[in-house]
Design a protein around this ligand. Sequence first.
Ligand SMILES: [Zn+2]
Length: 263
Amino acid sequence: MIRRTLALLLCLIAAHAAADQPAWPGGIALIDLGAAEGLAPIVKYDGKRVLVMHRDGRWRAVVGVSLDASVGTTTVGLADGATLSFRIDEHMYREQHLKVNPSFVSLSEDDLARVGRERKIIDAALTNWRAVAFDDISLRAPVAGPHSSSFGTRRFFNDEPRAPHKGMDIAARSGDLVRAPRDGVVTATGNYYFNGNTVIVDHGQGFVTMYCHLSNIGVTEGQMVSVGETLGAVGATGRVTGPHLHFGTYLNGNAIDPALLLP
Ligand SMILES: [Zn+2]
């Protein structure tokens, strides 16, 4: 009984100390895990392993919150069975209406099958786990140009509702070089139905970035890239209304707003 009470008390203390700042769907929850001693704690959210960084002498979980997460209190789990809670606040995202070629809205059976095959490759690359030590998760901008604030917008293509926008569109000219925003490994390259020519880079611990609609791919799968190295060039391939870079950033498999990571 005493043991259970003590465990409960520790849980309550931990729960109170957990959330450093409010999170929202498409945002990041930073959760304090205590003094950074020994090995980094193993933390899971929604069944997926979460990035843990060593910052100011503390371990901190960096949780990517899904765009479709419910508002309210939720928890991450530690390897010893303990849980830490954090709050997800409401966040309003705008609607966006776009006109595209009808082949990107009403897909043929063959195209649907192709999209299904590509989804598996993309999802595998977006959820890859690789051990890398972190003390921050900041990124350099992959290309110069004005950033749209369209992350999370609820989108309608030719008036048909589709999935929310899971990245930032950066206005740049076709042919402008796209550069790695930090060190990583290229885990997928390909020409995908919606995303066009695409590169996916794994930065470690489930922190992954994605570059779509490229005119040209300049790297190969398995290639190590250093910050600033060329990944490809801006283009207008796939489902687009014109040349731009679609820049996606992912933590524990969830798309999060790239603006939270850029200078
Ligand atoms: Zn986009």
